[in-house]
Design a protein around this ligand. Sequence first.
Ligand SMILES: Cc1ncc(COP(=O)(O)O)c(C=O)c1O
Length: 490
Amino acid sequence: MTGGALSDWLQQSLDRASDQPLYRQLRDLLLQAVMQGRLPAGGKMPSSRLLARELGIARNTVTEVYETLVAEGCLHGRGGSGTFVADLSADRIQAPAVSAQVEAEAAPALSTRGKLLRAGAGFAPNQWGAFMPGVPDVSEFPTRAWSRLLSRHWRKPAPERMTYAPPGGLPELRAAIAGHLRDARSLNCAPEQVIITTGSHQSVDLAARMLLDPGECVWLEDPCYWGLRSGLQSLDLDLRAVAVDGDGLNCASAEALPAPRMIIVTPSHQYPLGAVMSLARRQTLLERARRWGAFIVEDDYDSEFRYGTRPIACLQGLDRGGRVIYVGSFSKTLFPGLRIGYLVAPPALAAALADGSAELYREGQQLTQAVLADFIREGFLSAHIRRMRGLYGLRRQILREAIEREFGGALTASGDNAGLHLILRLPEGADDRRISAQALEAGIATRPLSRYYADAEKAPAGLLLGYACVKEAMIGPAFSRLAEILRRSI
Ligand SMILES: Cc1ncc(COP(=O)(O)O)c(C=O)c1O
């Protein structure tokens, strides 16, 4: 787009009657133009004086927008010679390549977005047995207590419980979750801040749809959970991978990236590597988010199961600036098929996100929500978590012993101070995807570590092994079968 075409397009797109300040509109439009390639990398921007004159707005407004976009890494200044469009291609998370097979199967019905989603799909059809990561032992769920509560609510349900749910979900469940989170996870939250969803996937989708426009920048941990990455990729956002180390995500290592509007982190138990984010990193993250006007999504998916020490307090409890959106789920603590999760919004956003959820997803399931509220209030949730923590701790120990028996110190396990899986590190150069596929043929489910990295070529090799849904007696024999495959392949 030439300078003249740019100012014509901006002229048509700026809405002078809108409540949104011109500064914000201009910043968003220029960002969109860069993200969509309308303004090619390396191209020179019109001077602030010229653009201001052509748009009939104050020069200060244009200067301020240019400065913001420079700070965000979208433009850069070259001494006194002007302002240029940055090359954003290098560190962007690339969408997966669409294979000829997906292309052939999908064409012509699917959108580009739909094809990309299928090409990068990470879901596994089998969700049970050795060593499926991230799956709790659903056969231990207290079904008698649940069915007693279920019949209490279903005996003569009030008609309003059988209609659509109110925005944010059933008030009794919102209150029960707020109480549980205050006690168990040190959250600062009132019931009105809790918004019931169908799980973390939907919570992140809701937050992204309500808070981000297409093209805006989101930082994801590298490695991270593929499920959330796929969902965000299909919202046309600018996803950037930020490396994690033993202290979690490091803002300092990402200084060259555009400033984000959202950062998604797993501070209590980094997924999938297992680090706990240090206090210093938590404080830096909160301070940067405040400075950038960004939101932090704290995905606290499995930290109730911490072995050896008490669960780590969450990031949300440290937030004084209303920047953290806390995301939780009953997928690990109860069972994934329940499909109930929640987000805890900062007070200023809670009503908007609750309305957004009602409008987008038209929630229901109030009777199930009422059963769950009683289940929490009557102490069944805490008791179940306590009991399962003991059981999973034992299974983790049995798996560690099996690894030691089969490989001595030659292969090591890590990342298992909390949660439902560990990482079996493989020697450099091992093809973890091929090994995982061979194991699956032998009836053993694993996940290749490289699958979780933005750039699989540069990823370390390893296997995620879930121990939670494997009965104690099955762990040794199943690992021996996996060990045979590993010995043949590495
Ligand atoms: C990092 C992470 N977040 C969240 C989830 C759960 O998502 P949901 O609550 O939608 O089941 C998982 C499931 O494996 C996960 O690994």
